[in-house]
Design a protein around this ligand. Sequence first.
Ligand SMILES: *Cc1c(COP(=O)(O)O)cnc(C)c1O
Length: 410
Amino acid sequence: MTTVGQTLPLAEAPSAGYPESHVPVTPVLSLASFGRGGERIPSVLDAGAARLVTSGRVAIALALREMGIGPGDAVLVPSYHCASMIEPVVWAGARPVFYRIRPDTSVDLIDVAAKLDADCKVLMATNYYGFPQDLVALRAFCDARGIALLEDCAHCFLGQHKGKPVGSYGDYAIASSMKFFPMYEGGVLVSARHSLAGVHLQPAGKGFEAKAAINTLEDSFAYGRLFVVRALLALPLWLKDVLWGRLKGRKESAPSLAPGSSDGGFGFDPRWLDKRSSLCSRLLLRLVSRPRMGALRRRNYLKLQAALHGLPGCRPLFATLPDGVCPWIFPLLVDRPQPLFRTLKMQGVPILRFGEYPWPGVDASVCPASADLSQRVLSFPCHQELREAELDWMISQIKDALLQRSATAP
Ligand SMILES: *Cc1c(COP(=O)(O)O)cnc(C)c1O
């Protein structure tokens, strides 16, 4: 199985000695994905002109390119980050300047103002876990200082803030479709303020198109979805495995058919900058029900929140789930996270972590809150493709583990 858009290669890798997750970590395709129901929630695609690319990280690079960022420039980036946010900045030749966030993940504008110098052209701000920043304040701050705002909506494909869709406040915004939709690859570049007419995308080739479609199906089959389709495709997929094995077995390495981002790697590959997202992903972006996605993510999040409320040694990172927020995952702030992490991973409970591997030099002396969050937040999926029984199983495992360790705590 491929793990898409993951933020923790080591902990999710089978080589770490953990079994495969018993429930899908990221959304997997099922017939229900296309179902109706739920209220319409705005998305980044409603914010303005859009370009559908293969990942959020290449969308960041394209945004920087559109803004003319290059050597000699600096980009203000959060200390709480993943490498795929910083690599495009370095690729552009610019200097990342790490600013602090507060313990509630909000941008520390006092620190941003203190770090701002004449080289700084852009403020990158992330709406963590689906919860928008105070985007009105960030917009006003950038306008007052004549710098651009790059709104990182990788965690909030859907949602609104003060009556406008997420992604509307930035000069440019980016999203990671593969974090929300059952798809193998996909990212979005959006602008509510500037033309994207200069961004021309090319198809990435037949091999890539095939891989995107096949991997989407295989991820789905791995968790027992779409079994009728699976039966129909058994023979062609077997043939594909045989052919693939032959190709790989050859001396000369087969060309890379998909960006490293889609194979769970951390890589940023500039060759994917101008490549259009696959037909499969673009179709899914249109056909997968967004009202259902919004409603189920909120419902699953609230179920996790209610079930874990008051358990010892932890609390939800966010106290409430405001209207208009469509969460990416459910972040739980845990005391002594490592033993709990190990226990749950051994049981096949999926755990996502964000920001665990900060850019070299970005430690607690740069931002205590980021260092703390990157260690203590363990997140659980709340995506729309979790079945009721899967969610219940996951909750009971987490509950048991938390209660047991408090009973045996010294
Ligand atoms: C995942 C992520 C990105 C990059 O998105 P990809 O689609 O994985 O390239 C950018 N910013 C944040 C906050 C992310 O979590």
